[in-house]
Ligand binder design. Structure first.
Ligand code: NAD
Length: 423
């Protein structure tokens, strides 16, 4: 657990990381190289002031953002983050990764992202609702079901999506289900969406393990972050017979070498208890987490966690990025030298946006699919994408991240090229 993400301490911003990743792919773009500059400049950025009347009558101000990174392949799509450390650079990078991710799995969206610099734990429920509604109204000009479709991210959830949908709908004078995804099922949400990102992390991890001959049964798994993504991934690994030996979150690092009882941990957390205080394991010093010998390591918290400071100490076979941007480019190189297979965020956590796409399609057609149909389609899209990216990595002798960027950036820039430049 870090007090501050290490990129904030090192001065390397998430947007710098994104630019470096784009630079690494440029030699592979051939005729499309002339368009690469487009990826280095977000299409449009909105910075908003969110005045909030606190419960005690005072007024506080918060800064919010919505960024459209690129809409060459379709409307903007990307989550909304509420966090005390949100910066414009972070939201720009997250929007850029959405552009790449959506192209990597072939969903017809561009990339967008939003955020508010606020610690939601310091707000009451009614304050959180007012903040969400005012933020939604302030970014009203940017969003819409055929324009830009937000979804949950760190510290936002189905309830916040319901308030966003309601606020947008009231401003439009009609109910517009498809303006956000990750909604409650009762409001046009999709079955399987809540677990989709973690499930997708598991699906691609398992597919990579099959290629490397690593059995899932009894495999050791360490997960950082036990929110939406980390907890869903843990349940999938656990069901497949793997052992979750460590979980690190804001409360500390929990360890049990024989495997944590995930159902008991979920019940413990549902009662309002902290992960690290779970009686079915012991606590570890935070830095020990990165040194654990595992088959799978899943960062599923925030960006900037794996840097040159800890990359060399990582002893895992497959590092599947549930979080966006957890690994710096320098750390990527160290991991590759040490034979760690990194399944990059832009592929590994694409399950969320894939089922968001299903939700958006279902809302438009007002025809809802079964959970089985959703999970099967999700699994097919993720395993096909992994196979295609694995082959590209072998062909170009690159990391999976660069291979994902090669395939995705070609799709984005081909669309850009076909559309041409206006005027
Ligand atoms: P969440 O708010 O549900 O959970 C975040 C988790 O991270 C919590 O367990 C928290 O304790 C932990 N955490 C926060 N700061 C930490 C720190 N410094 N050290 C250790 N743990 C820390 O968020 P989420 O929706 O699960 O998102 C997690 C990551 O996955 C983010 O990078 C997000 O962008 C990415 N992601 C989320 C989705 C989605 O559908 N929710 C989709 C794609 C990617």
């Amino acid at each position: 657990m870090h007090q501050l993400p290490s990129y904030l301490q090192s001065g390397i911003s998430p947007w710098d990381v994104f630019l470096e990743q784009v630079d690494r792919v440029t030699p592979y773009l051939g005729d499309l190289t002339g368009w690469v500059e487009t990826l280095k400049r977000p299409k449009r950025i909105l910075i908003v002031d969110i005045p909030l009347r606190r419960d005690d009558g005072s007024i506080a101000h918060f800064e919010g953002y919505r960024v459209h990174h690129n809409t060459s392949r379709g409307p903007g799509k990307g989550g909304i983050r509420f966090h005390q450390n949100v910066t414009l650079s972070e939201v720009m990078a997250l929007a850029g990764w959405m552009t790449v991710k959506n192209a990597a799995v072939g969903v017809p969206f561009g990339g967008a992202k939003g955020g508010v610099r606020v610690d939601p734990r310091q707000l009451s429920r009614t304050e959180l609702e007012r903040l969400t509604r005012r933020y939604t109204s302030e970014i009203n000009t940017m969003i819409g079901p055929d324009k830009d479709i937000p979804a949950p991210d760190v510290n936002t959830n189905e309830q916040i999506m319901a308030w966003m949908m309601d606020t947008y709908s009231i401003n439009q004078g009609r109910t517009v289900m498809g303006v956000v995804t990750g909604k409650p099922i009762s409001l046009g949400g999709s079955l399987g969406r809540r677990e989709a990102t973690g499930r997708g992390v598991f699906v691609v991890s398992a597919a990579a393990a099959r290629r490397l001959g690593i059995p899932l049964t009894d495999a050791r798994v360490a997960i950082q972050g036990y929110g939406n993504v980390g907890s869903a991934a843990a349940r999938c690994f656990h069901r497949a017979g793997a052992r979750i030996i460590a979980i690190q979150d804001m409360s500390g690092t929990l360890y049990n070498g024989s495997g944590l009882d995930i159902a008991a941990l979920d019940a413990w957390v549902a009662q309002g208890n902290k992960v690290a205080a779970f009686p079915g394991g012991e606590t570890l010093a935070p830095e020990r987490f990165w040194e654990l010998e595992t088959e799978f390591l899943v960062p599923a918290a925030l960006e900037g966690q794996i840097t040159r400071d800890n990359a060399a100490r990582i002893r895992t076979r497959i590092l599947a990025e549930g979080a966006n941007g957890p690994t710096s480019p320098e750390a990527d190189d160290i991991l590759r030298e040490n034979g760690v297979v990194v399944v990059p965020d832009v592929l590994a956590n694409a399950g969320g946006v894939t089922v968001s796409y299903f939700e958006w399609v279902q809302d438009f057609s007002s025809f809802f699919w079964t959970e089985d149909e959703i999970n099967q389609r999700l699994e097919k899209i993720m395993t096909d994408a992994l196979a295609e990216i694995w082959a590209a990595a072998e062909q170009h002798k690159t990391s999976l991240r660069t291979a994902t960027f090669i395939l995705a950036c070609r799709r984005i820039l081909q669309a850009r090229d076909m559309r041409g430049l206006y005027p």
